[in-house]
Design a protein around this ligand. Structure first.
Ligand SMILES: *Cc1c(COP(=O)(O)O)cnc(C)c1O
Length: 237
C-alpha cells in the first residue's frame, strides 16, 4: 500500500468534518471508530499513534489476541460483529461497547456476565433497517418493547441504535433508511429513553450517514485499505 494509515486518517477526518459542516452540525460531534477486523496489532498501534483511540472488531478470538499485545494502549474496544451466546462472557468483559444487540437472551447474558466492578457495558440496538430476512437486527416496529427490556438491565447502558444497510441500495434509498433510523432514535428519546448514539456510516457512505444524524461512524477500508480475506473470516468464530 502506498498511502499510509496516517494519511488515510487525515483524509477520513476531512470527509467527516466536511459532512458535519454541510449538515450544519457541530464540528467534531461525530466519533470515528476504526474497524480493525483482519488487521494486525501493529496496524492498530500505528492507527492509535495517529490519534485514534476507538477500535471496532467483529471476531472475538482475533480481537482478544490483539488486545493482549496492545495492553499498554488506552483503547476503547467496540464489538461490532454478530454475538453468539457462548461468547457473551468474553464480550461482556473485554469491550466497552457492543453495537449489534438484537436478542433479549444475549442482552441478559451480557448483563449477568459484565464485571460488577466496572462501568456498565455501552450497547446499541441493531435495527434491520433494510428489512432483509437473512440479516441481523430487530424490526423497527419491535424497538419500543425491546428497548424497554434493555433499559431494565443495570449492567447495560443503552446508548442508541446501529444499522448496516443493504449494500445494494440506491443513494436515495440509503438516505431514507438512515433517516428512519434517526427518527427511531428521536422516538425513543421522546419515550423517555436517554440515548445519544446513532452508529451508522462506513467507508463508502459516511457522508450520507452524517447528513442524516450519525454520531458515530465505523470506518475500516478507508483507513486500512482493502481487506484481503474478509468473507473467509465470517465463520472464524
Ligand atoms: C467491516 C465493518 C465496517 C467497516 O466497513 P468498511 O466498508 O471497511 O469501512 C463497519 N461496520 C461493521 C459492522 C463492519 O462489519
Amino acid at each position: 500500500m502506498s498511502t499510509s494509515i496516517k494519511d488515510n486518517i487525515t483524509q477520513v477526518k476531512m470527509r467527516i468534518n466536511a459532512a458535519e459542516k454541510k449538515a450544519d452540525r457541530t464540528t467534531g460531534i461525530v466519533q470515528l471508530i476504526a474497524v480493525s477486523k483482519t488487521r494486525t496489532a501493529n496496524e492498530i498501534r500505528k492507527t492509535y499513534q495517529a490519534g485514534i483511540t476507538c477500535f471496532g472488531e467483529n471476531y472475538l478470538q482475533e480481537a482478544l489476541a490483539k488486545q493482549q499485545s496492545l495492553l499498554d494502549l488506552d483503547i476503547s474496544w467496540h464489538f461490532i460483529g454478530p454475538i453468539q451466546s457462548n461468547k457473551t462472557a468474553d464480550i461482556a468483559n473485554n469491550f466497552a461497547w457492543v453495537h449489534g444487540l438484537d436478542r433479549i437472551k444475549i442482552a441478559n447474558r451480557l448483563n449477568d456476565q459484565r464485571n460488577p466492578n466496572t462501568e456498565p457495558l455501552n450497547v446499541c440496538i441493531q435495527i434491520n433497517i433494510s428489512n432483509e430476512p437473512s440479516k441481523s437486527g430487530i424490526a423497527i416496529e419491535e424497538l419500543a418493547d425491546f428497548a424497554a427490556v434493555i433499559e431494565q438491565l443495570p449492567r447495560l447502558k443503552l446508548r442508541g441504535l446501529m444499522a448496516i444497510p443493504s449494500p445494494s441500495l440506491s443513494d436515495q434509498q440509503l438516505k431514507l433508511e438512515y433517516h428512519r433510523l434517526y427518527e427511531a432514535k428521536i422516538h425513543l428519546r421522546h419515550s423517555g429513553i436517554d440515548c445519544d448514539t446513532l452508529s451508522m456510516g462506513m467507508s463508502n457512505d459516511l457522508e450520507c450517514a452524517i447528513a442524516e444524524g450519525a454520531t458515530l461512524v465505523r470506518v475500516g477500508t478507508a483507513i486500512f485499505g482493502p481487506r484481503k480475506n474478509n468473507n473467509s473470516r465470517d465463520t472464524h468464530d
